[in-house]
Design a binder for this molecule. Structure first.
Ligand code: ADP
Length: 232
């Protein structure tokens, strides 16, 4: 069931718990964690390595199921969905950006952004038009025909961002998207990302170690004792 995006958080983690068996014991990573992410908002997830950032992002992105608790997308529960429905929700509602761009080497920047739209059923021409718009918006108007190897690290990540939002997801999840960029390039990539989040009313949760960048985002959260905690 689709609901008005403005009435509900784009993403709501409710009482999410997740642990891993470790030999005889269990390692509890998330313990009834709760977090709401609203449309148009960029939230930084800042926590030390091993705290559970990837676990949280995987659960938020419907890549993993929590042991208990539920993930709501625009007010709709996902706990009861079968695998096909989860996959469909993940494809249409969620975009991912990783630390490494994972662009297809043999395709141009434009084609990399065009492809997921064509897989989702859009005509080649319409997909190309939207891909061009997104690349232009992210300052890559002069790079449409370049292959990933012909782009700088920052340009590659901007293409990866364009690809992640190509199908108009509600939620953008990113795991250290600027982890291998120099500070100035990282800042440029983040500016493009946060502008896009606001302009398209997306909700973004972005794991980062970069405190300068986290400080510029709308909210900052961390993981403490298995819970999501707001930072000032
Ligand atoms: P972060 O992304 O913050 O570095 P992770 O979510 O990757 O943290 O991991 C949190 C903790 O859970 C770590 O201690 C890690 O070793 C453990 N962990 C993650 N995935 C598994 C798994 N599949 N099996 C066992 N332990 C895991």
């Amino acid at each position: 069931m689709m609901t008005e995006a403005s009435e509900y958080p784009a993403l709501w983690l409710k009482d999410v718990s997740r642990g891993y068996a470790q030999g005889e014991t269990r390692l509890e990573i998330l313990i009834e964690a709760e977090m709401a992410l609203w449309p148009g908002q960029s939230v930084a997830l800042v926590a030390p390595s091993g705290a559970g950032k990837s676990t949280l992002l995987h659960i938020a992105g419907l890549l993993e199921k929590p042991d208990t608790g539920d993930v709501y997308l625009a007010g709709a529960s996902t706990a009861g969905m079968n695998d096909a429905a989860r996959t469909a929700a993940r494809r249409t509602e969620i975009g991912f950006v990783y630390q490494f761009h994972h662009l297809l080497a043999e395709f141009t920047a434009l084609e990399n952004v065009q492809l997921p739209q064509m897989i989702a059923g859009l005509a080649r021409r319409e997909a190309a038009d939207r891909a061009a718009q997104l690349l232009d918006y992210l300052g890559l108007g002069h790079r449409h025909a370049h292959r990933p190897a012909e782009l700088s690290g920052g340009e590659q990540q901007r293409v990866a961002i364009a690809r992640a939002v190509a199908n108009g997801p509600r939620v953008l999840l990113a795991d250290e998207p600027t982890g291998n960029l120099d500070p100035r390039t990282a800042h440029q990539v983040f500016s493009g990302l946060t502008d896009l989040v606001r302009a398209s009313n997306l909700a973004a949760l972005i794991a980062t170690h970069n405190m300068d960048i986290a400080a510029r985002m709308d909210r900052r959260v961390t993981l403490r004792d298995g819970k999501v905690v707001e930072l000032p």
